[in-house]
Design a binder for this molecule. Structure first.
Ligand code: MSP
Length: 515
């Protein structure tokens, strides 16, 4: 059998403040995809982590009166705890302050220098300290940083430069020949037209104005400037240029680098060029997702317009939060985060449609068949339609996952729940239950519902792992692969069910939000 591997990464986040719902968004999507691939039989590696160097963090630590290392340690502990609460199934959490990472960054930098791709020059630029970004005059927005709108200041210093221009043509060819490389397509066009076609300028890759970074091995007054340090995490984590590079051999190139739209540029221009210079294969895909926004603006650590994500988990449960972020942001564009919309999703999709279906069905089996899964007998047209719908669900979800349209993947699953609820309304089990002669028909109807619920909850594992577990418990089964999701009649009749539990409590919006 072909060795199916799958390597997915999130960006490594700046631990300049505790992570917010926006960081959760990328990480939950990556987690759902990683879980999906694992269930599909892929040998999957899921990497996330933190990008800990730079002037901004050095400054924050000074303000807090602690060393930069102490400062980031605390935030990283908090982040790991948050990922645990959210059920993030990462295989490795890389930190750019890891000894091994730093060593590899030095080796990469030295290698690029020795082969002539990095050279020494002088940097003059406009720098935005909070964003750690250099800008050219033309990129500014009314003289201010185009990302955050704050003042920039001019900086001149001796620096090393990376010859991006040398690889421009190869990069353009690669992007043209691999339409799947930058997704969604709109981002690909933006990269080509706005950044590559106008011509790539060589990139400043070292700084002397701060010390919190990886020192350049052969010129210790310089630290490696953010992007070579940060981007290299995707290969340093796998042991590239290390004694043990077995993970690198197994998993590189990455299948998906999942990133927010604002850093697509770095991942589709600088990163591929670094890899080309290192003579390494390029990742199969960089996917730039939209943002979660609050009241039309970006959720931002610096603006402080958000709550600790744990508060939502505490109030609504982890799967409600996972569901919301996965479902709410339409494919490739931005989505609005609000507690009111979160409650609507809970009350609608989760409580009314999914929760109600499971609760009603298990409740009826318990009531009419004394908790024992009935037998499926003769099928009618209405049953065949439902079964056909259920066993083809995986194909429909697969298609959406393939294009990373997670929101539509979830909509497909909820749609099957809707169909099941409609099936209940049309077959009217409570009427069938009134007559002994119809008991066999009642058994068939409930069996079809139970086995459809098995398929629904199996498909939900990657997205709502806690809820799936609860449903499996009710059905008294153990499922941890997609193996039987395209089959029907899998649930054994005669199995004893457990008591139904409330999967999602309806939330009284008025009471909660005063709306
Ligand atoms: N450290 C760099 C990335 C280096 S990757 C080699 C960085 N860090 S960051 O802390 O600013 O995180 C940026 C990423 O967090 C975004 O690309 C995105 O994936 C995620 N998000 C941060 N805010 C977000 C929203 N409001 N909405 C959705 N995603 C958001 O850039």
């Amino acid at each position: 059998m072909e060795n199916k591997k799958f390597y997915i990464t999130t960006p490594i986040y700046y631990p300049s403040a505790n992570f917010h719902i926006g960081h959760c968004y990328t990480t939950i999507i990556a987690d759902a995809i990683a879980r999906y691939k694992r269930l599909d039989g892929y040998d999957t590696y899921f990497l996330t982590g933190s990008d800990e160097h730079g002037q901004k963090i050095q400054k924050k630590a000074e303000e807090a009166g602690v060393s930069p290392q102490e400062y980031v340690d605390k935030i990283v502990d908090n982040a790991k705890d948050l990922w645990k609460e959210l059920g993030i199934s990462y295989d490795q959490f890389i930190r750019t302050t890891d000894k091994n990472h730093k060593k590899i960054v030095q080796k990469i930098f030295t290698k690029l220098y020795e082969q002539g791709d990095i050279y020494k020059g002088e940097y003059k630029g406009l720098y935005c300290t909070p964003c750690e970004s250099f800008w050219t005059e033309s990129q500014l927005n009314e003289g201010k940083c185009p990302d955050c709108g704050r003042d920039v200041h001019e900086v001149t210093e001796e620096a090393y430069f990376f010859k991006l221009s040398k690889y421009q043509k190869r990069l353009e060819e690669h992007i043209e020949e691999h339409p799947e490389f930058i997704q969604p397509v709109s981002r690909k066009n933006e990269m080509i037209n706005n950044f590559i076609k106008p011509g790539l300028e060589d990139l400043c890759v070292s700084r002397t104005s701060f010390t919190w970074g990886v020192p350049v091995e052969f010129d210790k007054g310089h630290v490696v400037y953010v992007w070579i340090d940060a981007l290299s995490n995707y290969i340093s984590a796998l042991g590239y240029l290390s004694e043990d590079d077995s993970l690198f051999k197994k998993y590189w190139p990455a299948d998906i680098h999942l990133v927010g739209k604002e850093i697509v540029r770095f991942h589709t221009i600088i990163w591929p060029i670094i890899l080309m210079a290192l003579d390494l294969p390029l990742p199969s895909q960089v996917f730039g997702h939209g943002w979660l926004i609050i009241d039309g603006g970006k959720i931002s650590k610096s603006l402080g317009n958000y709550k600790d994500p744990r508060e939502y988990i505490k109030d609504y449960g982890v799967d409600a939060l996972r569901y919301f972020v996965l479902r709410e942001v339409p494919f490739g564009s931005d989505g609005n985060f609000s507690e009111s919309a979160l409650i609507d999703r809970i009350n609608g999709d989760l409580a009314n449609i999914l929760g109600n279906l499971v609760n009603r069905t298990v409740g009826m089996v318990n009531k009419y068949f004394d908790k024992i899964v009935p037998e499926q007998k003769e099928l009618q047209e209405i049953d065949k339609n439902l079964i056909e719908n259920a066993i083809t669900l995986k194909d429909r979800v697969d298609k959406n996952i393939e294009s990373l349209d997670i929101s539509s993947a979830l909509e497909e699953i909820i749609e099957l729940c809707r169909k099941c609820n409609k099936y209940i309304d049309e077959t009217e089990p409570w009427v069938l239950a009134k007559s002994d002669e119809l008991k066999e028909r009642l058994g068939t109807v409930l069996y079809n519902l139970l086995d459809s619920i098995r398929i629904v909850s199996t498909m939900l594992i990657p997205f709502l792992p806690t809820t799936s577990d609860l449903i499996f418990k009710e059905l008294n089964i153990d499922i941890n692969s997609f193996d039987k999701v395209k089959e029907f009649n899998v649930l054994k009749s005669e199995t004893t069910l457990n008591e139904p539990v409330i999967l999602f409590n309806r939330v009284d919006k008025k009471e909660k939000l005063g709306e």
